[in-house]
Design a protein around this ligand. Structure first.
Ligand code: GLP
Length: 260
């Protein structure tokens, strides 16, 4: 696992956007896995800026989002589809036909999850999977004790996750109880996993993910099993790491090391 620690949340988001634009530039037909949540908003803002400056070309890219709420239609307030439209899809040169999210309003959500998993495989798998982390260590909507080899499926959200996402909904009753999410096995199949966490509220989950045991109780800890996982943090999210000085020595300021 590569741990890059930046001073501020803005710098961490910019570093993350830079890694994504490098991937866009390096591959002929990049397949990006995308994430939602407040942490990702400055990343998408930075990507839009890079695009406007001619430094991020999405024309050949395909995207698959991690998850979507069950029961919400694509344009509905609170849906991840709408989040992505507003934050990125409508602001860069992505082909709408190649931007994928699970269909939250599918008649049969279980079948929809299977279809989504198959669509990722048919696209050749994911080159770079962007991830955030929940305070309880979830990735996508894989809540604690999710199978570490699970595939895309319907999951029941915890009360704490529903509360954390309440700000996107008009009332408490409107917050969905279920979501379709890529499984941890699906996520680990991506060729590169890139997780961004910012703010002190995430520091305990970050420490468990990086330095705790690999355990379904902290789903993000499964990234320890991935051969190419990069974690980008700001100083506050990194505050509980025991080996913080070691990570900073290897990647000063979150940069790549200069090996003599
Ligand atoms: C949701 C999403 C996750 C995201 C998490 C953290 O639960 N499904 O993918 O990582 O929220 O969101 P935030 O960045 O708002 O803290």
């Amino acid at each position: 696992m590569k741990v890059l620690i930046l001073e501020t949340a803005a710098e961490a988001a910019a570093r993350t956007a830079g890694i994504i634009s490098d991937c866009l530039a390096a591959l002929d037909r990049p397949v990006l896995g995308l994430a939602t949540g407040g942490t990702m908003e400055p990343v998408y803002t930075a990507l839009v800026e890079l695009h406007r400056n001619g430094k991020a070309d999405f024309s050949n890219a395909t995207t698959f989002n991690l998850d979507e709420y069950v029961g919400l239609s694509p344009n509905q307030r609170g849906s991840y589809s709408r989040f992505m439209q507003d934050a990125l899809f409508s602001r860069v040169n992505l082909d709408p036909a190649r931007c994928h999210l699970p269909r939250g309003n599918a008649e049969d959500p279980i079948a929809e999850a299977k279809r989504y998993e198959d669509a990722i495989a048919a696209a050749g798998g994911i080159d770079l999977q962007l991830l955030g982390i929940g305070r309880n260590g979830h990735i996508g909507f894989n809540e604690p004790i999710s199978s570490l080899s699970g595939r895309t499926r319907v999951k029941t959200l915890t009360e704490s996750t529903r509360r954390a996402n309440a700000r996107y909904f008009p009332s408490a009753n409107a917050i969905p109880r279920y979501a379709i999410t890529m499984g941890i096995g699906t996520i680990l199949d991506a060729r590169h996993c890139l997780l961004l966490a910012t703010g002190g509220g995430k520091s305990a989950a970050v420490a468990r993910m990086i330095e705790g045991p690999v355990a379904a109780y902290c789903p993000a800890s499964a990234l320890q099993m991935h051969p190419q996982a990069t974690v980008v943090l700001d100083r506050d999210a990194a505050a509980d790491l025991r080996l913080i000085h070691y990570y900073q020595e290897i990647h000063p300021g979150g940069r790549e090391p200069k090996i003599p």
